[in-house]
Design a protein around this ligand. Structure first.
Ligand SMILES: [Fe+2]
Ligand SMILES: [Fe+2]
Length: 157
């Protein structure tokens, strides 16, 4: 079984792939109805994966991180705030695509591109904090405990 650190990296890569697939789909030269179905499918794909990932990080990883670096509460506040912003972008993306049978592709493209940049930046900072701080400061036993708490299948979806 993969460890928690590898699972985080893979989850981040998986999210990046999904959001890039969505971005790419917005440039497809296909019939509008087909484009609508494809884009809708990919938006939902991003939504489900991102929501599950954010929830898991907040449930499994942020609490021990918070305990370990009380002196750096600002860093965790920033991660949480970024999660809030990602959820906001997700809600906005959903609201654009829910307009019955019609989607503002230009707007979706803008939001998706903004989300990609934001997500990549977030994951970079987060990996440093989670992997380094938890990895160096928690005992092997406690780290093993993290392995047991993550839902591997969902993270990888
Ligand atoms: Fe995160
Ligand atoms: Fe993350």
């Amino acid at each position: 079984m993969r460890g928690w650190d590898e699972a985080i990296r893979e989850a981040h890569q998986g999210l990046e792939d999904k959001i890039r697939a969505l971005e790419k789909s917005l440039h497809l030269d296909i019939a509008p109805e087909d484009l609508w179905v494809t884009v809708r499918h990919l938006i939902l794909d991003v939504k489900h994966a991102l929501e599950a990932h954010l929830e898991e990080e907040e449930r499994v990883f942020f609490p021990p991180l918070e305990q370990l670096i009380e002196s750096e509460a600002g860093a965790i506040r920033m991660l949480k705030d970024q999660h809030r912003q990602l959820r906001g972008a997700l809600r906005y993306l959903m609201s654009i695509h829910q307009e019955a049978g019609w989607m503002d592709m230009k707007e979706i493209r803008l939001v998706a591109e903004g989300m990609t940049d934001f997500l990549l930046e977030h994951e970079k900072v987060e990996e440093r904090l989670l992997l380094d701080v938890l990895g160096f400061n928690m005992s092997r036993r406690d780290l093993k405990g993290l392995d047991g708490q993550i839902r591997h299948e969902e993270v990888l979806q």
